[in-house]
Design a binder for this molecule. Structure first.
Ligand code: HEC
Ligand code: HEC
Length: 361
């Protein structure tokens, strides 16, 4: 272990630009630390990535146990992905700096735990840029990759690749490694037999050309709303929703209710970081990982409509609504499309720091 952890410790000074001091990245967590990391993981991550880190529990969340991912993504890409999330996906930022619930030390504990669980050895990836012909890469991409990663790299069943947060932390050789080796036990197959080295380089060059060099700026975090302001249009009438499967309400009906100054509560069940960045006007942050025994403290149980949404589009919102229903809340629903579709449909959204003028109050 000696050499390995020294190597990691040396590297820590270079990599963690947001931590003020070098982090201990050695894979030597003791029993208590393993237990603590496991409980953080189960509370915040298992909803989508699965109890055993196997992935695909909800919303195509990738496996977090594949050795080929961990041995190349540890530590920086794991750290960045968890801290900042990925744009336009259900993967939100979990760092306090992004408005999320986790301290830097928790995130570092988590990534060490993920790596230690699979007992990885790091693959030493070259930092050099890979050159290739990006227009040929585009054609190859459409043919071989678009079915899972989307024709615009926006992600479908596979993660988004034309994602600024991903491309700002993934090096060319990291991307190439994933294409050449695939990810074991996931739908991502190795392309080492079906594509030539040069063709893979062209695809990498194409993906790289989709990065606009954007880096996450620290957000200006807004104050969390007060429980007394949770009800939108408290003097309005109740909306009349038609639910699919007694649970799902179409986005346009919720939008109509807002427009008509109806009385309701909207819960944003994603991590707080996602609410800070963008949310439905008047929505209250009620993350799926919030202590369940406290959820009901702030929400009236008087028949006021409560609709919840997430990006997933159902996993997080279902878990909160299931809980409210188990407590006897009537009139609860999940916004069927989720917020990513809501945005795509051109329905109104605001950021945490925006004043909400849209709702009557
Ligand atoms: C059958 C669907 C499918 C196809 C086709 C496919 N991928 Fe993937 N890809 C995935 C999935 C699913 C993952 C996530 C795997 C996991 O759980 O780690 C992935 C992961 C990746 C990653 C790692 C992303 C990250 O966040 O670390 C890269 C890079 C990638 N794919 C590139 C490609 C390229 C380039 C092609 C075409 C040559 C391709 N993939 C074809 C499904 C696919
Ligand atoms: C609401 C669902 C959801 C939750 C909860 C969630 N994730 Fe994710 N995660 C995703 C999705 C979806 C992706 C793929 C994003 C994309 O399409 O680019 C992802 C991607 C990732 C990646 C990048 C993996 C790769 O192959 O490059 C890491 C690392 C990750 N998540 C870790 C975590 C951790 C740790 C937590 C808990 C603190 C967590 N996630 C919570 C949905 C989720």
């Amino acid at each position: 272990m000696g050499k390995f952890s020294l190597f990691l410790l040396g590297m820590a000074i270079l990599i963690f630009n947001s931590a003020s001091k070098a982090a201990d990245l050695s894979l030597t967590l003791n029993k208590d630390e393993m237990k603590k990391a496991d409980s953080i993981y189960q509370r915040y991550c298992s909803l989508c990535h699965g109890k055993e880190r196997e992935g695909y529990k909800a919303d195509h969340a990738p496996s977090l146990s594949s050795k080929s991912m961990l041995s190349t993504a540890y530590p920086q890409i794991l750290y960045d992905s968890i801290s900042w999330g990925r744009v336009n996906s259900a993967m939100d930022g979990y760092s306090e700096e992004a408005g999320g619930p986790l301290k830097d030390s928790d995130i570092i504990l988590l990534i060490r735990w993920l790596a230690q669980k699979e007992n990885i050895s790091l693959v030493d990836l070259d930092q050099a840029l890979i050159s290739g012909n990006s227009s040929q890469g585009e054609t190859l991409y459409s043919k071989n990759c678009a079915s899972c990663h989307g024709d615009q790299g926006q992600g479908v069943s596979g993660p988004a690749l034309a994602d600024q947060l991903f491309l700002s932390s993934a090096t060319d050789s990291y991307i190439k490694y994933a294409i050449v080796n695939g990810r074991e036990d996931t739908p991502m197959q190795s392309f080492s037999k079906s594509l030539k080295d040069e063709e893979i380089n062209n695809i990498v060059a194409y993906l790289r050309s989709q990065a606009s060099g954007w880096r996450p700026n620290p957000l200006e975090l807004a104050e969390w709303p007060n429980p007394e302001d949770y009800v939108i249009n408290p003097t309005g009438e109740a909306p009349k929703f038609k639910l699919r499967e007694s649970r799902y309400v179409p986005a346009h009906e919720v939008e109509k209710a807002l427009e008509d100054n109806k009385k309701l509560i909207i819960l944003d069940t994603r991590p707080g970081s996602a609410w800070q960045r963008i949310h439905i006007p008047g929505a209250v942050p009620m993350p799926y990982y919030r202590d369940k025994s406290k959820i009901a403290d702030d929400l009236p149980n008087d028949g006021t409509w409560i609709v919840a949404y997430c990006a997933c589009p159902h996993a997080a919102s279902d878990s909160v609504i299931n809980h409210l229903r188990s407590l006897g809340y009537k009139n609860t629903a999940v916004i069927d499309e989720g917020i990513l579709k809501w945005i795509e449909m051109g329905l109104p959204v605001v950021a945490g720091k925006d004043k909400v003028n849209y709702v009557g109050n």
